[in-house]
Design a protein around this ligand. Structure first.
Ligand code: ADP
Length: 315
């Protein structure tokens, strides 16, 4: 029987303004407005759920209309939401996008910064039924550590998506992860955080596979999966797999991409779902599944609400 995915992470309400050109300091411009759910934790939890896994989402929320939105959306998707109610507004983000797709973003973490280790500890019953724990860096770091450590102690597989990029990350967190899933920018930040070479994200494409694998090994003892946008991803294993590979690429799939926002979240949620299901022992196939799912997620505008529905469970 497939196990559950437990996602510990952020929920934000995103407010998005679209205008011809980004305003400069002191300038007022007019544009159009839309709002919707976001936050890497929520996006990834919805992806895991829609990719076919029973999923529990643990997050901190305020007691305000965005918190009600989180509850309503979770219920609609059959996502089990375990919310710690804290004395802060629910997280939100102001996004301004221009006609070229360039953006300016201000995030107010609000409740996300107040998720407590005590609340994580109180989720032990959910951990007991989980096959995979997935978390990111948009919540209090103590909560990230507590979630990874509790999962480790229970023998639950752990995935750390080290996003957003943090060149000052406390690297001991990496030691609590079985799988680390940076995008190119986040991988360069991990290199900085671990005292490695200073590389620009655009430079990664030039690096040959053996060298990239060596860099991954220098960053973490975990399996490292670097997502490479339309180019797919690069996988660096701890030891050779059944096919005799210690590292390999999975090519990006053709997609009619109209909005790549949340593609990384789609990838992480789908990877967790695959590893909680019948692909638990076939990492290569689980990554291929995540790569397919993430490509499809780019074909619809939005993040959480653009995650494709796949039923039944991947096989
Ligand atoms: P992030 O959203 O964190 O920056 P990436 O841009 O690396 O993450 O995308 C994550 C995954 O989404 C990729 O590994 C790939 O599987 C898929 N993906 C992203 N952009 C495209 C695209 N244009 N075409 C096909 N697949 C894509």
């Amino acid at each position: 029987m497939a196990g559950r995915v437990l996602v510990v992470g952020s929920f934000n309400q995103d407010h998005v303004w679209t205008c011809a050109a980004l305003p400069i300091g002191g300038q007022t411009v007019s544009g159009s407005y839309a709002t919707g759910p976001g936050g890497k934790g929520f996006n990834q939890a919805i992806a895991a759920r829609r990719a076919g896994a029973e999923t529990v989402f643990v997050a901190a929320l305020g007691t305000d209309p965005p918190a009600d939105l989180a509850c309503e959306l979770a219920q609609r998707d059959g996502l089990e939401l375990r919310a710690e109610r804290v004395a802060a507004p629910t997280g939100c983000a102001a996004v301004v996008v221009d006609a070229e797709g360039r953006n300016q973003i201000v995030v107010a973490p609000g409740a996300n910064a107040l998720l407590t280790t005590a609340f994580i500890a109180a989720q032990d019953d959910a951990l007991r039924h989980a096959a995979v724990l997935l978390t990111q860096l948009e919540i209090d770091r103590g909560a990230v550590r507590a979630a990874l450590a509790a999962a480790r102690a229970r023998g639950v597989r752990t995935i750390l998506n080290p996003a957003p990029a943090d060149a000052n990350l406390d690297c001991s967190l990496l030691g609590l992860a079985d799988i680390v899933t940076p995008n190119e920018t986040e991988f360069c930040a991990l290199l900085s955080a671990t005292g490695g070479p200073a590389l620009r994200p655009e430079a990664l494409i030039e690096i040959d596979d053996a060298e990239l694998h060596a860099l991954c090994r220098s960053v973490s003892a975990a399996i490292v999966v670097i997502t490479l946008g339309a180019a797919g991803c690069f996988v660096s294993l701890q030891s050779v797999d059944a096919d005799g590979r210690q590292y390999f690429r999975v090519a990006g799939l053709p997609a009619d991409a109209i909005d790549t926002t949340g593609a990384g979240d789609a990838f992480n949620g789908a990877l967790a779902a695959a590893l909680a299901g019948p692909l638990a022992d076939d990492f290569g196939q689980a990554v291929a599944f995540a790569n397919r799912y993430a490509a499809r997620s780019t074909e619809k505008a939005g993040a959480a609400l653009a995650m494709p529905f796949l039923t039944p469970q991947p096989s």
